[in-house]
Design a protein around this ligand. Sequence first.
Ligand code: FE2
Length: 258
Amino acid sequence: MNAERVASQADITAEIACIAAGYQRASGGPGEETQPRLDYPPYRSSTLRHPKQPLLLVDPDEVERWAPCFGHQDVDPLDADLTAGNPGEPIGERVIVTGRVLDESGAPVAGQLIEIWQANAGGRYRHQLDQHPAPLDPNFTGTGRCLTGSDGSYRFLTVKPGPYPWRNHHNAWRPAHIHFSVFGTAFTQRLVTQMYFPGDQLFDLDPIFQSILDPGARQRLIAKYDHDLTQPEYATGFRWDIVVSGSRRTWTADGCDG
Ligand SMILES: [Fe+2]
C-alpha cells in the first residue's frame, strides 16, 4: 500500500521559501521572472503537466481557420453584471471591478473581449468538479464578459469570491481571485490570468501565486481598493489594469502583416 505522506502547509511553505531564496541569489534584479514558473514543485500538478519541450510557434493565419472567434454583436452590456440575470440577488459582498487594458507603452487596447469566471462568495464554483461542501448560490453562475471601450476600460459588477480549498497539499486554500481571459483580436493572442484582492492572508501560502518569483510581478496581480469607485449603500470598488506584453504585440503584428 502506498503510504506516501501528504505534504503539510509547513512543507509547502518551506519549499516556496527555498525556491524564492535561490531565485534571489541567482537573480540579476527585479523583473527577472515575471511569468509563472511552469515547473514549480510546490504546485504539485505542475511537475507532471508542464511542457518539457520548447513551445511550437504556430502560423496565426492557419490557426484562425479553425480557432474560436467571436463577434462584437454577441456581447451584451448586461453580460458584465454577474449579479443580474437570475431571480434574485447573489449572496455576498457586492464589488465593482474595473480597469484598463494597456499595451507596454501605456496606450489603451480597445475592443478586447474580456471574460471572467470565479467562485461564489462561499468559495464554490458552479462546476461538477467542485464538490466541496460550500453552498451553491442559485443566483450566481460566476461568469461574465465585456468588451473594452475606446480608452481600454472594462467594468464588472459581481460579488467578492471566497477562498476555496484545493488538493495540492493538506489544508491547501487558494486566495480569493477572479480568473480573467483577454481574447485579443485573434485566438493566438489569448491571455489568461488571475486577479487577487488586497490584503489576502493566503498570499504567502499559495504555491500558484508564489510560482511567479518576481515580487513586483506578483503585486501587479493584486487589485487596488479605490474609494472613488465605491458606491454608497451599494458596492465597494477595486481597480486593476492589465498590461499585455510587448513581445506578444510584436509577434501579433508580424502575424497580421503576414
Ligand atoms: Fe480559481
